[in-house]
Design a protein around this ligand. Structure first.
Ligand code: WTA
Length: 661
């Protein structure tokens, strides 16, 4: 049957996609049916949040000891505790409790390797449980205790999921570092977390290339003497790696020494579960701390409702476990819900641009969750690579990480989803732990480019620059005015920083750092960051981090970095660089600077443009006028605004003249 045409409502510029029209079968079985269903539950959730979250908390997790109090909070002071007094274990919830049900032999993780010629691997809940218990025993046998921070630096292999769950099982705090980060970034994160145990692999595969993994860990550890006691190495590619006697141990050897029986530790609801480093507007990336009960409830509940998980779904989130999306929506959410989660080692363009579609066909994926940058990159190759594959198993599509432009939304819907799959454009952050604004697939009529409406219990608020709440259709700074269970609990090792970063700008509210428009239907349209955080291909990077990496170069006196609109990446990185006296700009120096950033941070942080300049626009008090730098980078030179207050207005003319294409 051909897909029905979307309804175009009169007097409205947007096209509205109503799930009742495009996916009637989904609506019939959805966990939340129709807008009436959404509104009823939403109203309950904000009128009586404690009753709502108390009920959800009991339903989502198995508790060893019931919680005494749903929420203990002083929100304005950034103090929040959920499910107080409750004892549980998220690894137990993700694995053990399914073993006494029909899910025992259901696929928990289907692993699809980088190279399509390599066989996929499937782990049933029972098999995954066995491996995780052995991993937990290996950790314990090597001295890892509850509360210890374990750093994990691995490519997307099943053992990464096992290592993470093993930490949760024994109450160790995992700190996963995305496999693309540099040795220096690994070093900084290990030191900040005070972690003395690292889990890694020999090397990894990515897009047909071999990437160093353990070598990066070795390099990081060489730079800090004695911090790390043990490195547990998983053999993945079989490539030769350097082994440090007394420090490095092999997973396959250690696994032989232990049993597959391990009792999940009793963990307090507010005990830490993980640290995840993320970029902010200032300084080095901070360790976002999430705890157990609230995170487990919210990640699994949002996963169930937003992706409308049903027993037979094959669910695929293309993120990396090194980002929060992987934590909540590859691992914890799906497994706590007993779903089948596909884990992909590769990239969308290897061996060719139809890899995503091949994987969907091969595993008959029914729910597909990816990032706008991937959609835009694949859209360039037209419909042909998609149409060659049977994507009829798909029933729901998701988007995350950055605003999705309507053109990419429509292509995703029409070409990938054959006009029959609702799209959930999910807005959230590392700090929020789970999705806060999103359509519900069986309920919310969607508008391309809008994340639509708040999830249950979430109370968004738009404020002006003075913090005054704005009503109705308007545009402002996006804040949240009431706690939700998976709000981060703090910045690791820096109590003040949590309050200062998120709660001090607009008193009484959590400030997201995002700008947002609300239309007359109450729909939210995220317009992007309003602070000095960039979003490059869905990766979060601080301008300050890139600037610090640039000024480490011996020839650089000063650097100012801004984001600029980029067709594929969403945002690109534009770096203004002032050289020291007597140094000459050259293409070689440009290359050196780009390499420097890759080495200090990661190849994902490489500037797209290096613009050598003799000066920067500054106020008389010496503050860099970033607004002007952003406009010049974006090529919006006609709307630079008032430059008369600058210390040296002539600088702007030079910058405009020299703007790099
Ligand atoms: C942006 C990723 C628009 C936003 C889960 C946010 C989005 C930042 C969306 C967090 C979306 C994420 N629409 N923008 N659906 N999802 N963002 O911490 O600017 O890596 O503040 O978390 O990504 O990035 P993070």
């Amino acid at each position: 049957m051909a897909a029905k045409k979307p309804t175009v409502k009169k007097k409205q510029t947007e096209v509205i996609f109503d799930p009742k029209k495009i996916a009637p079968a989904l609506v019939k079985t959805a966990h939340v049916k129709g807008m009436e269903g959404y509104k009823k539950l939403y109203n309950q959730s904000v009128k009586n949040p404690l009753a709502f979250w108390g009920k959800v908390g009991k339903e989502q997790l198995t508790w060893f000891k019931p919680f005494k109090q749903v929420l203990k909070s002083n929100f304005a002071k950034a103090e929040n505790q959920w499910y107080v007094g409750g004892k549980t274990n998220l690894c137990y919830n993700a694995l053990d409790r399914h073993l006494t049900t029909a899910r025992k032999n259901k696929a928990a993780i289907i692993w699809e390797p980088d190279n399509p010629a390599t066989p996929s691997r499937t782990f049933t809940y029972q098999q995954l449980h066995f491996e995780v218990c052995r991993m937990a025993n290996v950790l314990q046998a090597n001295g890892v205790k509850k509360g210890d921070r374990v750093t994990i630096y691995m490519p997307m292999v099943p053992e990464l999921a096992m290592a993470t769950l093993a930490c949760a099982r024994i109450g160790a705090v995992h700190s996963i570092i995305f496999g693309g980060f540099s040795a220096d970034s690994i070093k900084d994160r290990i030191i900040d977390a005070g972690s003395d145990f690292v889990i890694t692999t020999d090397t990894g595969y990515r897009g047909g290339k071999v990437i160093p993994i353990k070598a990066k860990v070795d390099e990081a550890l060489e730079k800090m003497s004695g911090h790390v006691r043990k490195v547990l190495v998983v053999r993945h590619t079989g490539d030769h790696v350097n082994v440090v006697a007394g420090r490095d141990i092999w997973w396959h050897e250690e696994a032989e020494k232990v049993s597959g029986v391990n009792k999940a530790a009793e963990i307090d609801s507010e005990d830490p579960l993980f640290l995840l480093y993320t970029s902010g507007s200032t300084g080095k990336p901070k360790g976002v701390l999430h705890t157990t009960g609230g995170y487990g409830v919210y990640a699994s509940f949002t996963h169930k409702i937003v992706f409308d998980i049903q027993e037979n779904d094959t669910y695929w989130c293309t993120a990396d476990l090194g980002w929060v999306t992987g934590h909540s929506y590859i691992l914890y959410g799906p497994l706590i819900n007993g779903a089948t989660s596909l884990m992909f080692e590769g990239i969308p363009t290897f061996p060719d641009v139809s890899r995503f579609w091949k994987v969907i066909e091969k595993h008959q994926v029914s729910i597909f969750y990816t990032a706008p940058t991937a959609i835009r990159a694949l859209m360039r190759f037209g419909d042909e690579p998609v149409k060659k594959h049977d994507l009829s198993s798909l029933r729901l599509l998701g988007s995350v990480g950055e605003p999705i432009n309507p053109e990419a939304w429509l292509w995703y819907h029409r070409t990938v989803g054959r006009g029959k799959c609702p799209i959930v454009d999910t807005w959230w952050q590392t700090e929020t732990g789970g999705i806060l604004i999103s359509p519900l697939p069986g309920a919310t009529p969607t508008k391309p480019g809008s994340a639509t409406l708040p999830f249950f219990g979430v109370q968004p608020l738009l404020v002006d620059s003075d913090g005054k709440p704005l009503k109705g259709a308007t545009e402002g700074n996006l804040c949240i005015q009431f706690p939700w269970p998976s709000i981060m609990r703090g910045v690791y090792g820096d109590k003040e920083r949590f309050y200062n970063t998120y709660f001090s700008t607009f008193k009484g509210y959590y400030f997201t750092g995002d700008g947002c428009r609300r239309d007359k239907d109450g729909y939210y349209w995220i317009t992007g960051r309003v602070d000095d955080v960039m979003n490059v291909s869905g990766h979060r990077l601080g301008t300050a981090e890139v600037e610090s990496a640039l000024v480490l170069h011996q020839d650089v006196a000063e650097a100012a970095v801004v984001g600029f609109p980029h067709d594929i990446k969403g945002q690109g990185i534009y770096a203004y660089v002032i050289l020291k006296e007597g140094r000459i700009p050259s293409d070689d120096l440009r290359k050196e600077l780009i390499a420097q950033v890759a080495k200090e941070i990661s190849p994902i942080a490489k500037p797209d443009v290096i613009h050598f300049t003799p000066g920067l626009p500054k106020t008389r008090s010496g503050k860099i006028m970033r607004r002007i730098l952003r406009k010049i980078a974006a090529g919006e030179i006609d709307t630079l605004g008032d430059t008369s207050t600058l210390a040296d207005p002539a600088v702007v003319e030079i910058l405009v003249k020299d703007r790099q294409k």
